[in-house]
Design a protein around this ligand. Sequence first.
Ligand code: AHR
Length: 616
Amino acid sequence: LKIDASPQSGRKIPDHLFGIFFEEINHAGAGGIWAELVSNRGFEAGGPNTPSNIDPWGIIGNETFINVLTDRSSCFNRNKVALRMEVLCDPVGCPDSGVGVYNPGYWGMNIEQGKTYKVVLHVMSSGSLNLSVSLTSSDGMQTLASNNIIASASQVSNWTKIEFQLESKGTNSNSRLQLTTNHKGVIWLDQVSVMPTDTYKGHGFRKELISMIEGIQPRFIRFPGGCFVEGEWLRNAFRWRESIGPWEERPGHFGDVWMYWTDDGLGYYEFLQLAEDLGAAPIWVFNNGISHQDEVATSSIAPFVKDVLDSIEFARGSTNSTWGSVRAAMGHPEPFELKYVAIGNEDCGKPNYRGNYLKFYDAIRNAYSDIKMISNCDGSSRPLDHPADLYDFHVYNSANTLFNMANQFDRTSRTGPKAFVSEYAVTGKDAGTGSLLAALAEAAFLIGLEKNSDAVEMASYAPLLVNTNDRRWNPDAIVFNSWQQYGTPSYWMQHFFKESSGATLLPATIQANSSVHVVASAIICRSSEDNSEYLQIKVVNFDNEPVNLMFSVSGLQNTVNSSGSKMTILTSSNVMDENSFQEPNKLKKQQKLLNKMTGHCRKLGNEEDKCGRKKM
Ligand code: AHR
């Protein structure tokens, strides 16, 4: 491997080359990074017609003691459904533990000893209220924390918001919330929330999962989908306007592509906030009037264009603007740094795409000259027939194909819009549920993107997250349940690229027989640990056999201090090896100190030849 480090030979890699794509898929948000523990907190998931299915809520006590149904008595206009429970027994006749309802959260709530949880609920009662609110084990037998709400009839004869904190005296990753009473009368409940008080930057995100995301230092976040943005039908597409404002007033919606309900606690505002907190550029993918099954005609697209302009004003407008003031009222008077929008997702071939696209493009360009717009049409092999700043490129394929796609952008024009490889992954049998083989091929592909980063501006793996209780797509980078998480090899692979964005790419040439499947790149980058400048060489060996690698670096200007050099490896004895909840760190990047350089050959450990050549 020959590396030319002379100053004139380097080329700057775009500042935002590697980032993340967050999609509300696999319960990545609801029951994932969004820390809300109650599922279907507003009882809206069963639809607007009542009585409705209250799943996953359950009833404590049988019909002799309690009648539970939904009605439309909520005080919130955009989500009228509320829970009505008529208690038929009194303290003498009710079961000892009382009657009521419980919520198991998203496959069990993770309640931890010593941690505090903020409970908010809206309640109304036909008489005085004596309601026990507790966090318990899944069978209700073990109480971890509890509080009694006692109120006179006049205090709760209208909808009343009640808030308090519970501190848990035990740990149980499969807990539930219980609301019980043994007093006769009718109680209405609505918008019931339990959140840990300790969330990422206090903004409502599950800390351990965000810390994994932070680990790969994403320079952008594309959100909120994917197909989630399109919807199977437009009526179920993501609507930013319905996802902002006080959480109690959000109607929530059924994502009909990935087939689950979200209360939209994680809404447009929260995505922008997360981007800011991560130091990542937000990339807002909006619906362009096209879903999987239906489309808005270009002649009728104007209201959708206005809606998107409003969304940009919400993110960027001054506090005096209509939508900027709504953002300010939510707690963020400063504008968010929204500089990229994607006009739809995977819609290029659809009949109305180009027509709709141009309407959005012209309106946004007219209002915001600095916003970069991303087309769904692939411009990697021929020029686009419409204006765009970037074009979207998705690839899901076998390991061999992705490895070979390291050269995908070698011949792409350098003059037109740049590529945004917003979804890439090895899928199918090569991937298992996250194999080393997949990660190796993806790493080779990314090395190709680094080398072609004068034609590729950004890239992100997909999907990012999966709750194993509802795996809708396989594989994914970060795997979790209510209380555990681990990274697949594809997650750890991304750690190797976290210092690439904004670094300097050096010419690096492999001189080997063409049967050797090795790709490599070299960059000068800044350490995220101590800000020092250093040379980073990445090598992927995609062969079944170890190879001997010798590398030489020419053109270095300064005296090189190689004594602290490190080698980071991601490997395993079997390429199909995976991580799991049982063995979360079976494969993860490992760091070793490199021995000193000898002449122009480095020693790379024990298995080396006399010139320091190492079997990899
Ligand atoms: O990443 C999963 C899905 O794959 C995305 O929703 C979609 O854009 C693509 O087809």
